[in-house]
Design a protein around this ligand. Structure first.
Ligand code: ACO
Length: 438
């Protein structure tokens, strides 16, 4: 196969040539706005009878998307063209970032006001929704509760989205209620009464209030904590076609409603190889602390492949460089611990582990660096978020990305239901055998 670029006449489309059994097939090349090129194989089966095989999608662009740009080699992450460092430096709030990710540009003052108003208006749950919490066992994981409750939202407010206004209202409902659901799942898990949202509090402060207030004792918002959580959410707002977002797009492509598609995203995020890694990382650091294992010993275990141990919070499918989110979070952790006067021994262990790993051939050769989850758990711990709520916090942060991707799928007039092919490896033809002869 060769790529025919130099010979391509100006103005005509570039192609790649695939030669199968001596027969050449021209495949169009698609170029993204940042110059990334992809071979369009959508007509390959029709013209050659062949499909492509790319297990775990390591080399497949599943869609065209204008939401988020990542350059994994250089460690670049931009939402709608804006680098995350800019959003962090300018203190862009999560609500403002959510608007940016969902609608494509930073909101005007009027758009911001209207969005905030909608978020405030829709923060309470339907009374019947509250009853579901009574049925979950106290030991139920908050991610399972969140998954069920977001899907259950479709039974109460099945979103009929047929124009920009109805989409805006549904998006605000979801973004607002997800925080109420998260706080209520935490309260149910603790066996404490569910706390209602307050109209006078902003997005993040209201979440902290619903999580940490008691009927007889109001949580006092701490500005540094609210700032850190805003940053955490902002840095998680989208990350292109990861496992959970691809799941949301897959479900959305069947024309499923916004809430159902996003609840599928929550399910995909839960696993420890994805969003569950923030919890797994802190558990790993805690184990090192409790057992007195050194960073060098853990790294040796990780390198012994028979141990099955992975260094949690390290490595990434796309980044072959530092995950830019981890760089910002590391600094934010330092600032927050200093502001709250907390001396967290897990931070010391994390710093040592990072240093040992980054100087070890195993990690250097494989270009494995700390990812977003390496420091995020320490930040959440400092805020007072319990371990089993870490991935729930990630899910709240990722909601704008899922909503934006659902919208992109739904706004594509040429969109089709997603339906990958497979290479069948089972038996050819098997005869049915009566039960007495098996
Ligand atoms: N610890 C030890 N070895 C690792 C790690 C790790 N954390 N990550 C990757 N490797 C090794 C792989 O075993 C592989 O080795 P090999 O080539 O000798 O077989 C090599 O590095 C390359 O791995 P990748 O192809 O990059 O791995 P993949 O893309 O399949 O998986 C993943 C990426 C799941 C993130 C992986 O790095 C991992 O398990 N990390 C730990 C869990 C984690 O932190 N997940 C959060 C990711 S960020 C997010 O989802 C928000």
């Amino acid at each position: 196969m060769g790529t025919q670029t130099p010979e391509t006449p100006a103005g005509s489309a570039q192609t790649a040539t695939l030669v199968v059994d001596g027969v050449s097939h021209e495949l169009p090349l698609v170029t993204g706005t940042m110059g990334e090129q992809a071979i369009d194989i959508s007509r390959l089966r029709a013209t050659t009878g062949l499909v492509t095989l790319d297990e775990a999608f390591g080399n497949t662009a599943s869609c065209r998307s204008a939401i988020t740009y990542i350059d994994g080699e250089q460690g670049i992450l931009r939402y709608r063209g804006i680098p995350i460092e800019e959003l962090a430096r300018n203190g862009s709030s999560f609500v403002e970032t959510a608007w940016l990710v969902i609608f494509g540009q930073l909101p005007t003052q009027a758009e911001r006001d209207r969005f905030s108003e909608l978020l405030t208006e829709s923060s309470a749950l339907h009374n019947d929704m509250g009853k579901h919490f009574d049925a979950f066992p106290e030991s139920g994981h908050p991610m399972a509760i969140m998954n069920a409750m977001i899907n259950a939202m479709s039974t109460h407010t099945r979103p009929r989205i047929n124009d920009e206004e109805s989409f805006l209202v549904a998006a605000a409902h979801l973004l607002s209620k997800v925080r109420t659901i998260a706080a209520a799942s935490y309260k149910s898990h603790k066996g404490e009464p569910i706390i209602y949202p307050r109209r006078d509090l902003k997005y993040v402060e209201n979440l902290l209030h619903m999580m940490f207030s008691l009927p007889y004792d109001d949580y006092e918002p701490v500005p540094e904590v609210a700032r850190a959580l805003n940053l955490f959410f902002t840095l998680h707002a989208d990350h292109e076609q990861n496992c959970s977002t691809s799941t949301v797009r897959m479900v959305a492509s069947s024309d499923a409603n916004l809430y159902t598609a996003c609840s599928a995203g929550v399910a995909a995020l839960w696993g420890p190889l994805h969003g569950g890694a923030n919890m797994a990382t802190v558990q790993m650091l805690q184990r090192l602390h409790d057992e007195g294992t050194s960073a060098a010993d853990l790294v040796a275990q990780v390198k012994d492949r028979s141990s099955g141990v992975r260094l949690m919070g390290f490595g990434h499918r796309v980044y072959r460089n530092r995950d830019p989110r981890s760089v910002i979070l590391k600094e934010a952790v330092d600032d927050l611990l200093c502001a709250l006067d907390i001396d967290d021994p897990l931070l010391e262990i994390a710093l040592e582990l990072e240093d040992v790993a980054l100087h070890d051939d195993y990690f250097v050769e494989r270009k494995l660096y700390p990812n977003v989850d390496f420091y995020s758990g320490i930040l959440l711990r400092a805020i007072g978020i319990p371990l089993n709520m870490f991935t729930v916090m990630f899910a709240i942060g990722r909601m704008p990305g899922w909503i934006a991707n659902w919208r992109e799928v739904n706004m594509d007039p040429s969109g089709r239901i997603q339906r990958p092919r497979q290479v069948y490896t089972g038996p050819e033809l098997v005869e049915w055998v009566p039960r007495e002869l098996r």
